[in-house]
Design a protein around this ligand. Structure first.
Ligand code: NAI
Ligand code: SOE
Length: 379
């Protein structure tokens, strides 16, 4: 069996923790066709690198990602740094022929994302982006019902991604609070997940029209008026947008970190010609389903509890409660399987760059108050 040695860059943070668990679980809960060695954890600071490597059970540590990429014995570079540093590391790793997994969003910057896509397309390495939620067993199930025609044609997709970190006056880590390092704000950080899900389940978005809400962190008042927002270096703290999809479906999207009580709620409902599905990440083992073909006296929603009969559900018994760590492992299993089978990873750098184009379109539309067509957005 192939042995793959992984180096994780930025492994001392939040995603360093989640991916360390994911890499440990991945070869246990499915046959990926390869064994995994958690070889090197990289952090710029020596103490942070050593401590994290020891705690998260990596064989070795380093403070220099360039030196690690130059090593012949490393197969996979897993990039979990803040997004502003993704491009430089990913492009160098792809040029060295490594397989590259990079966290979402692919970058904060569309020009960088375009360069990353080009680097991925000419590299011998397999690449994938960490839009983890699309790999959850519930999503695989919904996707299958779309692909096999059970749900029919998508009509309307409505998604929310809401958190309360802004409402509580705190952020998870410093870079998210800064315009530039934190991208635009919530649209790139959490809105990107619901754009990815929409693309995966419904199809490519054609155009959007958007409103952005930005707060002055020092003032506990309403969103700033647009003219004030545009003059300052404010993050988008809330975003609402409507979308038309290439296949004729329509959608609406909402995200904010000012939603008191919402810890990490990703929710959508999708109406199709054959039925409706509803999903809430806070109940990630459940799908609500209504089919037009249900008996007239049984119309309405039933709740399906994922179980061992569902692809990507990793326990021998339903109702065990799969969640964030299962999802971290699932996405890495699929990445390793793609490497072993010499296939493209999914979502690819091209998929994630299109998501970045939608994010730019949302920002442009909020500023111009016009509909923006995704294919016309340039870096
Ligand atoms: P974090 O701030 O907790 O961790 C980032 C780590 O990267 C820090 O330990 C920092 O010291 C390190 N780092 C920064 N520059 C470095 C460099 N040049 N060399 C080596 N290490 C460096 O950030 P977090 O929350 O882990 O986010 C990282 C990425 O993961 C972001 O792209 C974020 O959007 C994404 N993310 C994805 C999630 C998901 O559910 N898919 C959840 C949380 C974050
Ligand atoms: C923000 O708080 C965050 O950590 C995002 O960066 C992740 O992508 C999301 O999954 C959870 O929330």
């Amino acid at each position: 069996m192939t042995e793959l040695k992984v180096a994780i860059i930025g492994g001392g943070g939040f995603m360093g923790y989640a991916h360390s668990l994911g890499w440990a679980l991945a070869p246990i809960t499915a046959d990926t066709g390869a064994t995994i060695r958690k070889a090197v954890l990289v952090e710029a600071d020596e103490d942070r690198a050593k401590t994290a490597a020891q705690r998260l059970n990596w064989e070795d540590w380093s403070t220099d990602w360039r030196e690690v990429i130059a090593r012949d014995d490393i197969d996979i570079i897993d990039i979990v740094t803040p997004p502003a540093v993704h491009a430089e590391i990913a492009i160098a790793a792809l040029a060295a022929g490594k397989h590259v997994f990079v966290e979402k969003p692919i970058s904060n910057d569309l020009a960088e994302a375009d360069l990353m896509q080009a680097a991925a397309e000419t590299s011998t390495g397999v690449s994938q982006v960490g839009f983890n939620y699309r790999h959850a067993a519930a999503m695989t199930f919904v996707k299958r019902m779309l692909d096999d025609g059970t749900l029919g044609h998508p009509l309307q997709f409505r998604a929310h991604y809401t958190q309360d970190v802004g409402a509580l006056g705190r952020v998870l880590s410093g870079w998210r609070a800064k315009k530039g390092a934190g991208g635009s704000g919530v649209t790139g950080d959490i809105g990107s997940h619901i754009i990815d899900l929409a693309s995966y389940l419904v199809g490519d978005i054609d155009s959007v029209t958007a409103i952005i809400g930005a707060k002055d962190p020092a003032e506990n008042t309403a969103w700033l008026p647009d003219d004030e927002r545009l003059q300052g270096e404010y993050l988008d703290d809330a975003a609402l947008w409507m979308a038309k999809f290439n296949n004729g479906a329509i959608g609406s999207f909402a995200c904010t970190v000012y939603a008191s009580g919402r810890k990490n709620r990703m929710f959508f409902e999708l109406e199709c010609t054959g039925g409706t599905v509803e999903f809430d990440w806070n109940h990630s083992d459940h799908i609500k389903l209504s089919l037009v073909s249900d008996n007239p006296d049984q119309q309405g929603f039933r709740t399906i509890t994922l179980n061992e009969n569902h692809e990507d559900y990793r326990y021998p018994l339903g109702g065990m409660g799969s969640g964030y760590v299962d999802d971290a492992a699932l996405q890495l299993q699929k990445f390793v399987r793609a490497i072993v089978d010499k296939q493209a990873g999914s979502p690819s750098f091209a998929d994630a760059t299109r998501t970045q184009r939608v994010i730019s379109a949302v920002m442009q539309s909020a500023d111009s108050h016009q509909w923006v067509t995704i294919d016309e957005v340039t870096a």
